[in-house]
Design a protein around this ligand. Structure first.
Ligand SMILES: [Cu+2]
Length: 158
């Protein structure tokens, strides 16, 4: 992971978050488009950032857990990546933001968990080829209860 630890200065993240809050009305509208499944898990709105061969990139998506119970992500893989992990962003306490493997890969029941830039994301490492806008990336998510879900994420610039 030392390959990528792009640490993002906090002030940039704060600037980014304020942009998000300005758009919160729009985000709520967008989230409202998603209807929870009656049971099990659905994944919506997946997209991936471009990346270089042997490099890393991130995939963002929304996990819609329609069941009454919290589900746990137990495995992640992508045919394009040597290593795939669920990451969370955290405040390192020195004015920089870092990221690390998520400690609690839990998805609450009857809820939507959004992976977005600056927060939770799926990290694809050791990319087998470059990812350009217009390409597609397959990510396989395995949940303890809902089983395996395969998602196709279009590649686009943030
Ligand atoms: Cu990451």
């Amino acid at each position: 992971m030392n390959l990528f630890h792009l640490y993002i200065p906090s002030f940039l993240l704060i600037a980014f978050l304020s942009v998000i809050s300005c758009n919160s009305e729009q985000n709520q509208t967008r989230t409202a488009e998603y209807v929870l499944p009656d049971d099990g898990i659905a994944v919506e709105g997946a997209w991936a950032r471009p990346g270089r061969e042997n490099g890393v990139t991130a995939v963002y998506l929304n996990v819609l857990n329609g069941s009454a119970e919290t589900d746990t992500l137990i495995a992640l893989s992508s045919p394009i990546a040597g290593l795939t992990e669920l990451h969370e962003t955290f405040d390192r306490g020195d004015g920089m933001m870092g990221m690390r493997e998520a400690e609690e890969p839990y998805f609450p029941g009857r809820g939507i968990t959004s992976m977005e830039p600056g927060g939770l994301h799926i990290m694809l490492m050791q990319l087998k080829n470059a990812l350009l806008e217009g390409d597609e990336v397959i990510v396989n998510l395995t949940f303890a209860n809902a089983g395996e879900i395969s998602v196709t994420a279009p590649v686009r610039s943030p």
